[in-house]
Design a protein around this ligand. Structure first.
Ligand code: CO
Length: 296
Protein backbone atom coordinates (compact mmCIF):
# COMPACT_ATOMS: atom_id res chain seq x y z
CA UNK A 1 0.00 0.00 0.00
CA UNK A 2 2.71 2.44 1.04
CA UNK A 3 4.78 1.96 -2.13
CA UNK A 4 1.68 2.40 -4.25
CA UNK A 5 0.90 5.69 -2.52
CA UNK A 6 4.47 6.86 -3.01
CA UNK A 7 4.33 5.93 -6.68
CA UNK A 8 1.07 7.80 -7.12
CA UNK A 9 2.59 10.81 -5.40
CA UNK A 10 5.68 10.65 -7.64
CA UNK A 11 3.57 10.43 -10.78
CA UNK A 12 1.43 13.31 -9.56
CA UNK A 13 4.51 15.41 -8.80
CA UNK A 14 5.92 14.66 -12.24
CA UNK A 15 2.66 15.61 -13.95
CA UNK A 16 2.45 18.80 -11.90
CA UNK A 17 5.99 19.73 -12.93
CA UNK A 18 5.15 19.14 -16.58
CA UNK A 19 1.95 21.17 -16.28
CA UNK A 20 3.67 24.08 -14.53
CA UNK A 21 6.41 23.98 -17.15
CA UNK A 22 3.82 24.09 -19.92
CA UNK A 23 1.96 26.95 -18.24
CA UNK A 24 5.09 29.07 -17.94
CA UNK A 25 6.02 28.26 -21.52
CA UNK A 26 2.51 29.01 -22.77
CA UNK A 27 2.49 32.37 -21.02
CA UNK A 28 5.76 33.33 -22.63
CA UNK A 29 4.91 32.12 -26.10
CA UNK A 30 3.64 34.65 -28.61
CA UNK A 31 -0.04 34.49 -29.42
CA UNK A 32 -1.21 32.49 -26.43
CA UNK A 33 -3.80 33.51 -23.93
CA UNK A 34 -2.95 34.94 -20.52
CA UNK A 35 -6.04 35.51 -18.46
CA UNK A 36 -6.30 38.04 -15.68
CA UNK A 37 -8.91 39.54 -13.39
CA UNK A 38 -8.63 42.99 -11.85
CA UNK A 39 -10.82 43.43 -8.79
CA UNK A 40 -11.57 47.11 -8.32
CA UNK A 41 -12.83 48.54 -5.04
CA UNK A 42 -13.06 52.03 -3.59
CA UNK A 43 -10.54 50.76 -1.07
CA UNK A 44 -10.17 50.78 2.66
CA UNK A 45 -7.38 51.58 5.08
CA UNK A 46 -9.21 49.94 7.98
CA UNK A 47 -7.68 46.48 8.56
CA UNK A 48 -11.10 44.95 9.41
CA UNK A 49 -12.42 46.34 6.15
CA UNK A 50 -9.88 44.44 4.14
CA UNK A 51 -11.48 41.10 5.01
CA UNK A 52 -14.34 41.70 2.57
CA UNK A 53 -11.89 42.29 -0.28
CA UNK A 54 -9.96 39.14 0.63
CA UNK A 55 -13.16 37.10 0.82
CA UNK A 56 -14.36 38.29 -2.59
CA UNK A 57 -10.86 37.60 -3.97
CA UNK A 58 -11.00 34.03 -2.65
CA UNK A 59 -14.42 33.44 -4.23
CA UNK A 60 -13.22 34.83 -7.57
CA UNK A 61 -10.06 32.68 -7.46
CA UNK A 62 -12.24 29.65 -6.76
CA UNK A 63 -14.45 30.38 -9.76
CA UNK A 64 -11.57 31.25 -12.12
CA UNK A 65 -8.46 29.32 -11.00
CA UNK A 66 -6.86 29.78 -14.42
CA UNK A 67 -6.85 33.58 -14.18
CA UNK A 68 -4.42 35.64 -12.13
CA UNK A 69 -6.18 38.02 -9.77
CA UNK A 70 -5.00 41.54 -9.01
CA UNK A 71 -6.59 44.20 -6.81
CA UNK A 72 -6.83 47.94 -7.45
CA UNK A 73 -8.37 50.76 -5.41
CA UNK A 74 -9.89 53.96 -6.77
CA UNK A 75 -9.50 56.23 -3.74
CA UNK A 76 -6.24 58.14 -3.87
CA UNK A 77 -6.64 59.26 -0.26
CA UNK A 78 -6.82 55.63 0.85
CA UNK A 79 -3.92 54.54 -1.39
CA UNK A 80 -1.72 57.30 0.06
CA UNK A 81 -2.78 56.42 3.60
CA UNK A 82 -1.90 52.74 3.04
CA UNK A 83 1.47 53.69 1.57
CA UNK A 84 2.22 55.98 4.51
CA UNK A 85 0.91 53.87 7.38
CA UNK A 86 1.31 50.30 6.14
CA UNK A 87 4.22 50.72 3.75
CA UNK A 88 2.21 48.92 1.08
CA UNK A 89 1.53 49.97 -2.50
CA UNK A 90 -1.93 49.48 -3.97
CA UNK A 91 -2.36 50.47 -7.62
CA UNK A 92 -5.24 52.41 -9.08
CA UNK A 93 -7.06 50.79 -12.05
CA UNK A 94 -5.05 52.51 -14.79
CA UNK A 95 -1.68 51.63 -13.25
CA UNK A 96 -2.79 48.06 -12.56
CA UNK A 97 -4.01 47.64 -16.16
CA UNK A 98 -0.79 49.17 -17.55
CA UNK A 99 1.25 46.65 -15.59
CA UNK A 100 -0.93 43.77 -16.76
CA UNK A 101 -0.65 44.88 -20.39
CA UNK A 102 3.12 45.17 -20.03
CA UNK A 103 3.30 41.68 -18.50
CA UNK A 104 1.54 40.18 -21.50
CA UNK A 105 -1.97 39.55 -20.24
CA UNK A 106 -4.24 39.06 -23.24
CA UNK A 107 -7.69 38.49 -21.74
CA UNK A 108 -8.61 40.67 -18.81
CA UNK A 109 -11.85 41.14 -16.91
CA UNK A 110 -12.24 44.11 -14.62
CA UNK A 111 -14.48 43.20 -11.69
CA UNK A 112 -16.41 46.18 -10.38
CA UNK A 113 -17.41 45.79 -6.74
CA UNK A 114 -19.58 48.90 -6.80
CA UNK A 115 -23.20 48.78 -5.68
CA UNK A 116 -24.63 51.43 -8.04
CA UNK A 117 -23.50 52.65 -11.48
CA UNK A 118 -22.54 56.04 -10.05
CA UNK A 119 -19.54 58.32 -10.36
CA UNK A 120 -17.00 55.77 -9.15
CA UNK A 121 -18.23 53.20 -11.66
CA UNK A 122 -18.32 55.74 -14.50
CA UNK A 123 -14.70 56.69 -13.84
CA UNK A 124 -13.70 53.03 -13.95
CA UNK A 125 -15.60 52.51 -17.21
CA UNK A 126 -13.73 55.48 -18.71
CA UNK A 127 -10.36 53.92 -17.82
CA UNK A 128 -11.43 50.60 -19.36
CA UNK A 129 -12.65 52.41 -22.50
CA UNK A 130 -9.26 54.13 -22.76
CA UNK A 131 -7.43 50.80 -22.78
CA UNK A 132 -9.85 49.42 -25.36
CA UNK A 133 -9.33 52.45 -27.57
CA UNK A 134 -5.54 51.89 -27.60
CA UNK A 135 -6.09 48.47 -29.14
CA UNK A 136 -8.81 49.67 -31.52
CA UNK A 137 -6.46 52.33 -32.85
CA UNK A 138 -4.03 49.57 -33.77
CA UNK A 139 -1.40 50.04 -31.08
CA UNK A 140 0.17 47.06 -29.31
CA UNK A 141 -0.85 48.52 -25.95
CA UNK A 142 -3.89 47.25 -24.15
CA UNK A 143 -5.37 43.78 -24.43
CA UNK A 144 -6.86 41.44 -27.01
CA UNK A 145 -9.95 41.33 -24.88
CA UNK A 146 -10.92 43.61 -22.02
CA UNK A 147 -14.29 43.42 -20.31
CA UNK A 148 -15.85 45.24 -17.36
CA UNK A 149 -18.46 43.72 -15.09
CA UNK A 150 -21.59 45.62 -14.11
CA UNK A 151 -22.10 46.97 -10.58
CA UNK A 152 -24.46 44.97 -8.34
CA UNK A 153 -27.44 47.20 -9.15
CA UNK A 154 -27.21 47.67 -12.90
CA UNK A 155 -30.41 46.25 -14.33
CA UNK A 156 -33.90 45.14 -13.43
CA UNK A 157 -33.29 41.60 -12.18
CA UNK A 158 -30.43 42.88 -10.04
CA UNK A 159 -32.76 44.44 -7.47
CA UNK A 160 -34.50 41.13 -6.84
CA UNK A 161 -31.20 39.29 -6.63
CA UNK A 162 -29.67 41.73 -4.16
CA UNK A 163 -32.90 42.00 -2.14
CA UNK A 164 -33.07 38.20 -1.88
CA UNK A 165 -29.45 38.07 -0.74
CA UNK A 166 -29.96 40.81 1.86
CA UNK A 167 -33.19 39.26 3.15
CA UNK A 168 -31.30 36.00 3.60
CA UNK A 169 -28.20 37.54 5.19
CA UNK A 170 -30.23 39.54 7.74
CA UNK A 171 -33.11 37.06 8.10
CA UNK A 172 -32.67 36.61 11.87
CA UNK A 173 -32.27 40.36 12.55
CA UNK A 174 -35.25 41.14 10.29
CA UNK A 175 -37.49 38.74 12.22
CA UNK A 176 -36.86 40.27 15.62
CA UNK A 177 -36.68 43.96 14.71
CA UNK A 178 -35.92 46.56 12.10
CA UNK A 179 -32.85 46.34 9.88
CA UNK A 180 -31.40 49.69 8.75
CA UNK A 181 -28.96 49.27 5.88
CA UNK A 182 -26.41 52.01 5.28
CA UNK A 183 -25.49 52.61 1.64
CA UNK A 184 -22.93 55.20 0.60
CA UNK A 185 -25.12 57.46 -1.51
CA UNK A 186 -24.10 59.89 -4.20
CA UNK A 187 -25.08 63.15 -5.92
CA UNK A 188 -25.13 61.09 -9.17
CA UNK A 189 -28.57 60.23 -10.61
CA UNK A 190 -27.81 56.52 -10.09
CA UNK A 191 -28.39 57.25 -6.39
CA UNK A 192 -32.08 56.56 -7.16
CA UNK A 193 -31.11 52.88 -7.11
CA UNK A 194 -31.29 52.95 -3.30
CA UNK A 195 -34.97 53.90 -3.37
CA UNK A 196 -35.74 51.15 -5.86
CA UNK A 197 -33.88 48.65 -3.67
CA UNK A 198 -35.98 49.85 -0.72
CA UNK A 199 -39.22 49.21 -2.62
CA UNK A 200 -38.10 45.76 -3.71
CA UNK A 201 -36.97 44.90 -0.17
CA UNK A 202 -40.36 45.95 1.24
CA UNK A 203 -41.99 43.40 -1.05
CA UNK A 204 -40.11 40.80 1.01
CA UNK A 205 -40.38 42.28 4.47
CA UNK A 206 -41.61 45.59 5.93
CA UNK A 207 -38.72 45.46 8.43
CA UNK A 208 -35.92 46.41 6.03
CA UNK A 209 -34.95 50.06 5.65
CA UNK A 210 -32.43 51.51 3.22
CA UNK A 211 -30.57 54.74 3.87
CA UNK A 212 -27.34 56.40 2.75
CA UNK A 213 -24.55 58.50 4.24
CA UNK A 214 -24.33 61.01 1.43
CA UNK A 215 -27.59 60.74 -0.51
CA UNK A 216 -31.32 60.09 -0.31
CA UNK A 217 -32.85 58.21 1.49
CA UNK A 218 -31.04 59.55 4.57
CA UNK A 219 -31.18 58.39 8.18
CA UNK A 220 -33.98 60.93 8.84
CA UNK A 221 -36.12 59.21 6.22
CA UNK A 222 -35.58 55.88 7.97
CA UNK A 223 -36.35 57.41 11.39
CA UNK A 224 -39.56 58.98 10.11
CA UNK A 225 -40.79 55.62 8.86
CA UNK A 226 -39.56 53.69 11.89
CA UNK A 227 -41.64 55.93 14.18
CA UNK A 228 -44.77 54.74 12.37
CA UNK A 229 -43.96 51.12 13.22
CA UNK A 230 -44.04 49.22 16.50
CA UNK A 231 -40.32 48.42 16.38
CA UNK A 232 -38.34 48.92 19.57
CA UNK A 233 -35.03 47.60 18.29
CA UNK A 234 -32.97 47.99 15.15
CA UNK A 235 -29.89 46.42 13.62
CA UNK A 236 -27.68 48.77 11.63
CA UNK A 237 -25.57 47.16 8.91
CA UNK A 238 -23.48 48.40 5.99
CA UNK A 239 -24.85 48.24 2.45
CA UNK A 240 -21.28 48.59 1.23
CA UNK A 241 -18.66 46.13 0.10
CA UNK A 242 -16.48 46.67 3.15
CA UNK A 243 -17.16 47.57 6.74
CA UNK A 244 -14.69 50.44 6.60
CA UNK A 245 -14.57 53.96 7.90
CA UNK A 246 -18.24 54.78 7.19
CA UNK A 247 -19.46 51.61 8.90
CA UNK A 248 -17.19 52.01 11.91
CA UNK A 249 -17.77 55.72 12.45
CA UNK A 250 -20.86 57.08 10.65
CA UNK A 251 -22.84 53.91 11.30
CA UNK A 252 -21.63 52.29 14.51
CA UNK A 253 -19.48 55.05 16.03
CA UNK A 254 -19.94 56.48 19.50
CA UNK A 255 -20.24 60.05 18.15
CA UNK A 256 -23.58 61.83 18.63
CA UNK A 257 -24.55 61.81 14.97
CA UNK A 258 -23.77 58.19 14.11
CA UNK A 259 -26.73 56.03 13.05
CA UNK A 260 -26.34 54.00 16.22
CA UNK A 261 -26.32 57.02 18.55
CA UNK A 262 -29.17 58.76 16.69
CA UNK A 263 -31.40 55.69 16.83
CA UNK A 264 -30.53 55.10 20.49
CA UNK A 265 -31.38 58.71 21.32
CA UNK A 266 -34.75 58.11 19.62
CA UNK A 267 -35.37 55.25 22.03
CA UNK A 268 -34.38 52.18 20.04
CA UNK A 269 -32.21 49.32 21.19
CA UNK A 270 -29.50 49.20 18.56
CA UNK A 271 -27.18 46.45 17.42
CA UNK A 272 -24.45 47.16 14.89
CA UNK A 273 -23.28 44.54 12.38
CA UNK A 274 -19.75 45.38 11.36
CA UNK A 275 -19.47 43.08 8.38
CA UNK A 276 -19.09 44.30 4.81
CA UNK A 277 -21.29 42.81 2.08
CA UNK A 278 -18.23 41.23 0.49
CA UNK A 279 -17.84 38.96 3.52
CA UNK A 280 -21.09 37.13 2.73
CA UNK A 281 -21.10 34.18 0.28
CA UNK A 282 -24.48 35.37 -1.10
CA UNK A 283 -22.88 38.62 -2.30
CA UNK A 284 -19.68 36.90 -3.47
CA UNK A 285 -21.88 34.70 -5.65
CA UNK A 286 -23.61 37.76 -7.18
CA UNK A 287 -20.22 39.32 -7.97
CA UNK A 288 -18.94 36.11 -9.56
CA UNK A 289 -22.13 35.98 -11.66
CA UNK A 290 -21.53 39.54 -12.83
CA UNK A 291 -17.98 38.55 -13.76
CA UNK A 292 -19.21 35.50 -15.70
CA UNK A 293 -21.70 37.72 -17.55
CA UNK A 294 -18.88 40.09 -18.53
CA UNK A 295 -16.60 37.29 -19.78
CA UNK A 296 -19.32 35.77 -21.97
CO1 CO B 1 -17.45 58.14 1.57
Amino acid sequence: MKTRHMLTALVAAFLAAVLVGTAVFAADAEGTMKKGILLVAFGTSVPEGHKAIEDVSAAVRGAYPEAELRVAFTSRIIMRKIAREQDRVVDDPSIALSKMAFEGFTDVAVLSTHIIPGEEYQDLAAVVDGFRLMRERGTKSGFERLVLSEPLLAGEGDYDRLADALAKIYAAEGRSGAVALMGHGSPHFANAAYSELQTVLWRRSPNFFVGTVEGIPALDDILGRLKKTKHKSATVAPLMLVAGDHAQNDMAGEGDDSWKSTLMAAGYRVRAKLKGLGEYPEIQRLLVEKLAKAWN
